[in-house]
Design a binder for this molecule. Sequence first.
Ligand SMILES: Cc1cc2nc3c(=O)[nH]c(=O)nc-3n(C[C@H](O)[C@H](O)[C@H](O)COP(=O)(O)OP(=O)(O)OC[C@H]3O[C@@H](n4cnc5c(N)ncnc54)[C@H](O)[C@@H]3O)c2cc1C
Length: 451
Amino acid sequence: MTKADIAVLGAGFSATAVVVNLLEYLHPERTIAVVGCQNGFGRGVAYATDDDAHRLNVPAGRMSLFADRPNDLIDWLARRGDAYGSDDFIPRRLFGAYVSDTLGQGIQRTDNRARVRFIDAQALRCHALEAERQIFELTNADVIEVGKSVLCLGGTAAGLPVVQGGVDAAVRDLVVENPWTCGWMDGLDIDAPVFIVGAGLTAVDQLVSLRKRGHAGPIHMLSRHALMPHAHVVPRSAAIESPISPGGKLSEMLNALRVAAARSEDWRSVVDGLRPVTQSLWQSMSIDERRRFLRHASGWWNIHRHRMAPDIAGVLDSMRASGQLVVHKGWLERVVREGQNAAVIYKDRHSRTSRRIAAQRVVNCTGMEKCSVARVPLLQDMLDKAFIRQDPLGLGLAVDEQSRIQSGAGMLDTGAYAMGPMTVGQFWEIFAVPDIRVQARDVAQRVATAA
Ligand SMILES: Cc1cc2nc3c(=O)[nH]c(=O)nc-3n(C[C@H](O)[C@H](O)[C@H](O)COP(=O)(O)OP(=O)(O)OC[C@H]3O[C@@H](n4cnc5c(N)ncnc54)[C@H](O)[C@@H]3O)c2cc1C
């Protein structure tokens, strides 16, 4: 049995952000156990890539780990002699190095710092979740007992959007369920057709990697509305004050935004002006309105809010203009074997007829949106024991405004918190670094005060 004051479960950005903040606020006698298994704590899915074509979709000037030290990343880059400025969209690999390095430096400082122990394992089950006593069983057969815990398990990758049995067993070897391991391109013929399901930022990553590899074959992309992320412009237009405030009806808010965007020189200044109020706008909506937003507006919101670097957009434009990239609107129906290839059968949005396209690889780029409790053994165990419950829309865990986990029985102040994409139901915009770092600071302060 390992004992510590605080357990941080996870090894991605959220976990690192809360640990570096805890090191700032926590009493030096305290101990933190960080449980996660991944090479290089701090990188998680987003920053583990070693492909420099995979770039941040937020300029470096907004990507500091610390909510109160906006220049921390820029200063780190300058100390290394990297010639990047605050408007640059740096490689995600480099950002991952910054996060790991900052964590390492925080731990090495011996002046008045709490102690951190890393445990290379996953949390599998939870045996107690009570005030000042939480017990987790790990995959390495260890058990840890702590007084406070912060769950930072990230989102879950969405599966291919087909009914069960929609992907033939005989074609599984050509279907790439996890595109973040770029090894899927090994053995791919340079002229072969590729079929990408999804048109968001995950798909964009794969397109730039294919391009970098010199892929010459046709690339088909399928999504319900064929909406792709918009591009940032540099220099950025200044954000304008939000024309909407919490409390209105969704339809009225959307109308006000349309009017403001039409009046502005660049709609981006309106979208960027919503950042400070986005979480409170979401929280002010009824559950039905949130559901309506998810059904009708979230796709549009995502492509306007989560934009891509301008030169990456240029690469995609040239791939579309040359005819190499074809974007289809519709719904995936089935994937079957067709000789050496896969055949993708989808329903076209306009004609409502089924179409069939052959490809050497079918790549699932539907992204990491939700935190599906059923797909994470620890969370399923906690749900079964009523230690947690899902938020009303089933997007992730139910937490309050302070990120405290709500149990099946209602609110219990157990000292257990959740962070990052797991808390999307409460905060909505809690995927990107500028949002997570604020949550990390706030959670660390609360945990440190009580520990
Ligand atoms: C491809 C991609 C690109 C992105 N680009 C940007 C960007 O440019 N700018 C930006 O601001 N945001 C970006 N984001 C969003 C953002 O940075 C992520 O949402 C953020 O990294 C989430 O971090 P996380 O630690 O919560 O989750 P993750 O990074 O998913 O990490 C979760 C960690 O938990 C571990 N884990 C899971 N289960 C257990 C368990 N039972 N026990 C212990 N550990 C467990 C996993 O192994 C993993 O290490 C990007 C996201 C993705 C996916």
